[in-house]
Ligand binder design. Structure first.
Ligand code: FE2
Ligand code: FE2
Length: 308
C-alpha cells in the first residue's frame, strides 16, 4: 500500500501533469479551425435584433456555394415545402432568419470536416451518419415536445455535439487513437478513455471550439455537456434533446461515433422525457424512436450536399 506521503506525491504529479496537458491543449486550440468569414458574419448579423432580412439575404447572396447549399436543403424533403424556394430572399421569408443561420452553420461544418484522418475504430463515414442522425433525432424530439422554435437549433446541436472527436483525431492523433484502443480493450466509453489518455474529453474540446466560434451559449452548453447535462444547474432543453438524441441514435444503431457501448441515458433526462409515466428506459427509447427512420430518410440531402 502506498504511504500517505507517496499518495500525496502521486496526486501532485497527476495534477501537475493535467495542468501541463491543459496548457499544451490550449496552445493547440489557438490554432483550431476558424469558421469561414461569411458564416461568422451570418451568425453576428442574425444575432443582432436590428438586422433586417434584406441584409441577411444580401450577405448570403455574396457566397454562391453557400447560397446553392441553403437552397438545396430548403427545397429538400427535410423541409417538405410544396412550392419551390428559388431565391435566398424567399428562403428567409419561408424558413426564417434563425433557420437560415443554422442551415449555413450546419452545411459549412459538414463540408469543412468531411475529410481527414481515420482510425480502425473511427470511420468518418459512420461518424457523419451518427452526427446527422443525432441532428435529425434532436429536431424530432424538439418538435415532439412542442418546442418548434428549438427544432433547428436542436438539429445543429445534434450535428455538432461530437465535433471535439474530429478535432482530437486531427490534432491529438496519438492520444485519441490510444483512447479509442483503451475504450475497446476495457469496454469503457470513449469519454472515460479520453479522461485517462488526454485528461480532457471531446465534449470539453467541442465546447471550446463552439465558444471560439462565438456560437450562442445554449449551443456551447449543449456540446460541452452532452454527456452530463446535469452539470448545468438548470439544464436547458437543448442539452436534454442532444443527450436523448445521442442515446436514441445509439439505440437504433445509426452510424457510429466510435463508441461500442450501448446507449447511455442519464436518469434525470430519462425522467424528463417520461413526463410522469411509469415506463422502462427501453420502452421510452422504443417510443421515442417512432418516425425516426422516416425523418432520417428525409435528411439524405445533407449526405449529398456537394453533388449538383
Ligand atoms: Fe459524445
Ligand atoms: Fe455522440
Amino acid at each position: 500500500m502506498p504511504s500517505l506521503k507517496q499518495t500525496h506525491i502521486q496526486t501532485v504529479d497527476m495534477s501537475q501533469k493535467r495542468t501541463q496537458r491543459l496548457r499544451q491543449i490550449t496552445e493547440k486550440i489557438i490554432q483550431l479551425p476558424t469558421l469561414p468569414t461569411i458564416v461568422t458574419q451570418l451568425i453576428a448579423l442574425v444575432g443582432n435584433p436590428r438586422s433586417s432580412a434584406r441584409e441577411v439575404a444580401q450577405l448570403v447572396s455574396t457566397d454562391q456555394a453557400l447560397t446553392a447549399k441553403i437552397l438545396k436543403v430548403a427545397n429538400s424533403a427535410f423541409y417538405g415545402f410544396a412550392r419551390e424556394i428559388a431565391t435566398v430572399q424567399l428562403a428567409i421569408v419561408v424558413l426564417g432568419l434563425e433557420m437560415v443561420k443554422n442551415l449555413g452553420l450546419s452545411v459549412t461544418v459538414l463540408k469543412r470536416f468531411s475529410t481527414g484522418r481515420e482510425h480502425r475504430l473511427f470511420d468518418r463515414q459512420r461518424f457523419w451518419e451518427h452526427a446527422i442522425g443525432c441532428g435529425v433525432a434532436g429536431r424530432l424530439l424538439a418538435r415532439r415536445l412542442k418546442q418548434n422554435s428549438l427544432a433547428d437549433e436542436a438539429f445543429v446541436a445534434g450535428v455538432l455535439h461530437d465535433i471535439g472527436k474530429l478535432i482530437l483525431i486531427e490534432y491529438f492523433t496519438d492520444e485519441f487513437s490510444e483512447a479509442l484502443e483503451l475504450a475497446e480493450a476495457e469496454a469503457i466509453s470513449i469519454e472515460a478513455a479520453e479522461e485517462k489518455t488526454l485528461g480532457v474529453t471531446h465534449a470539453e474540446i467541442g465546447g471550446w471550439l463552439a465558444e471560439k466560434w462565438n456560437l450562442p451559449q445554449n449551443l456551447v452548453n449543449a456540446i460541452a455537456l452532452h454527456h452530463h447535462p446535469n452539470l448545468l444547474e438548470a439544464p436547458e432543453d437543448l442539452v436534454l434533446f442532444v443527450h436523448m438524441a445521442n442515446a436514441l441514435i445509439r439505440y437504433n444503431q445509426v452510424g457510429s461515433s466510435g463508441d461500442k457501448q450501448g446507449p447511455q441515458l442519464d436518469a434525470q433526462v430519462a425522467q424528463f422525457f417520461k413526463q410522469g409515466q411509469d415506463v422502462s428506459d427501453n420502452d421510452l427509447l422504443e417510443f421515442l424512436s417512432k418516425d425516426l427512420n422516416t425523418e432520417l430518410k428525409k435528411a439524405q440531402v445533407f449526405r449529398d450536399l456537394d453533388e449538383p
